[in-house]
Structures are given as C-alpha cells and as structure tokens.
Design a protein around this ligand. Structure first.
Ligand SMILES: O=C(O)CCC(=O)C(=O)O
Ligand SMILES: [Fe+2]
Length: 319
C-alpha cells in the first residue's frame, strides 16, 4: 500500500527543480442547473478522472461574486496592524505576507473562516470589529453559507457519479458536520525572485470551489511525474467556479478521481481569489469505496481519520 502523504510531499520538495513546459487547459464545463442529471453526472465523472478540475456554471451565486470580491478587497486594505489583531489561530483568521510564515516562494496574504454551524467551533472564527468593517461579518457568513449550499449540491452529484446514493457523503459526516473553510486570498503582484506565488500543491480535503478575479496565473499539472512537467494555464471564466478534487476524495476513489497539482505563477499584477474547501468532519474515516476497488485493483491506502490526515498535511506544509 502506497503512502499518499509521503508521495505528495516528495513533489513539494523536488517538483520545482524539474524542467517545465506550458500549455492551455481545456477544462470541461459542468452546468449545475442542468435538468439532464444523468448526463451531468457522467460529465462530472469524466472530468474528475481526466482532469480532477472543471468549471462549474449556473451555480446560483453569479450575483454574489462582485460583492464577495469587494468585501475581500475591503478586508485586505485594512492596515497591517489591524489585520494582525486577527492573526491565524486554530486555522482561522489572518496570515500575513511573511516569508517566515509561508512556504518558500509563496507571495500571498490570506484569511480563513471556519465552520459557522458547529456550536463548539464557531467561536474560533475571528472577525474585524463592526466599527472597522461595517457589515463585513454578516456578508461573509452569508457568502460561506452559499458556498456551502453549492458544495453540498455538487457533492451529491459526485456521489451519484461514483454509483453511490446521493446522500452517501452526507451520511458519513462530510456535510452534516461541516469542516468547510473559506479562504480569501490576496497576491499583491510585485515581481519577486520566485516564479510561483502560490507553490505547487494539491488540496487536502474532499473538493474545492475556487473563484478568481480575472487576473491569470493559475496552472495545473496533470502528471507530476512526467518530465518535462507540463503546466497548463487555467483561464478565468466569468461567473464560473473552478472546482477541483482534493486528496481525501482521491483516497476514497482509490486514485480514480484525481487530486491534481496546481499553483499560481506571478504575472506582476495584483490578484484576488477565494477558495472554499469542503473537508470532512475530523472524525470521518476515509477508506476506499467499494465501487472503486476489486481483486485486481485493491485499495492503495489504509483507512484514515480525516482529522489525522489533515493535521499531518498542515504540519508538513508549515515545516
Ligand atoms: O489563488 C488561486 O487561484 C489558487 C489558490 C489555491 O490553490 C489554494 O488556496 O489552495
Ligand atoms: Fe489549492
């Protein structure tokens, strides 16, 4: 059985030294409002197998996006000393652009909002005062809930695409005890010594919904063992989410669905993005789905508690 955690980390350490080529990706487009459910489910399966990434359109949040980016800009425009009062604790709050706190090459500041619904952890979220940013907290809470609604709908289609009941992930604790995190990101845009302003990585959890502001830079590498590596640009699509599969979904599906490496390269332009990470509850045990293994393709990974996996990955990230 292969150790996925080790495999991912090896890439972090050696990936940037490999020679690279670039191209433009042609990601599939999934329409969340389509009434042709079977065909949508089939397209999702193909997209997750071939790319681990796709665009999601007609998700119902189109009219919220401009405001979401305005609110994000409002937050990052605060003086550093105000943002530092909300410094990240328990994975919630603000991380400054600081070379000692972020992995080598990263050039971004970010702000995390954790689960709202869980009464034991809601207090862990950190919010700027009402005097400082009027109505910011309710705006962000509403945005979080909308992201969550879209994630939930998509996850039920992903369950169907794996020949599971549509509430499969809900039942095992991915949805009803949410571990989802909204991360607002700001890349200031100054040209630095590193090509990557968000280091090549895969996301840890179940799936990620990403919104970008139109400034390019996002790239995916569909085969990180290939040499030279091919990095494909992922162009912005107005109004669409860019969705990607995370490592735990890769584990559930025995690598049928791919948790694809991605990164952001510098363009010299200021850039805002936001990522909604839909992660399982820490106690949820992630083990190979029956529909994804057989005698000839046995499970590649041992069952693991989601919280243990995520903690290990976070530790490695900050090492
Ligand atoms: O900023 C982006 O476009 C990508 C961010 C990302 O991949 C992440 O936060 O995990
Ligand atoms: Fe990511």
């Amino acid at each position: 059985m292969e150790n996925l955690i080790a495999g991912k980390v090896c890439f972090h350490n050696c990936g940037t030294f490999l020679k690279e080529m670039s191209a433009t990706s042609n990601l599939p487009i999934i329409d969340l409002s389509s009434l042709h459910r079977l065909s949508t489910v089939h397209s999702i399966r193909q997209a997750c197998i071939e790319y681990g990434f796709f665009y999601l359109v007609n998700h119902g949040m189109e009219n919220d996006l401009a405001k979401a980016f305005d609110e994000s800009r409002r937050f990052f425009s605060l003086p550093l000393q105000e943002k530092m009062k909300l410094a990240r604790k328990e994975n919630r709050g603000y991380s400054p652009l600081d070379p000692t706190l972020v992995p080598k090459g990263d050039s971004k500041e970010f702000y995390y909002i954790g689960p709202l619904a869980d009464s034991t952890s809601a207090y862990l979220n950190q919010w700027p005062s009402e005097e400082l940013l009027r109505n910011w907290r309710p705006s962000m809470e509403s945005l979080y809930s909308k992201f969550f609604g879209v994630g939930k709908k998509l996850l039920s289609l992903i369950a169907l695409s794996l020949n599971l009941d549509e509430d499969f992930f809900e039942k095992i604790g991915v949805i009803d005890k949410p571990g989802a995190f909204l991360r607002l990101l700001h890349y200031p845009g100054e040209m630095g010594p590193h090509e990557e302003i968000c280091t090549a990585h895969s996301d840890f959890g179940t799936l990620t919904l990403l919104l970008t502001d139109g400034v390019p830079g996002l790239q995916i590498c569909r085969d990180n063992l290939e040499e030279p590596q091919v990095w494909e640009d992922v162009p912005h699509m107005e109004g669409a989410f860019i969705v990607n599969i995370g490592d735990l979904m890769e584990r559930w599906t025995n690598c049928l669905y791919r948790s694809t490496m991605h990164r952001v390269i510098q363009t010299g332009k200021e850039r805002y993005s936001m990522a909604f990470f839909l992660d399982p509850h820490p106690d949820c045990v992630v083990e190979c789905l029956e529909s994804c293994c057989s005698e000839s393709t046995p499970p590649r990974f041992a069952p693991i508690r989601s919280g243990d996996y995520m903690n290990e990955r976070f530790k490695m990230q900050s090492a």
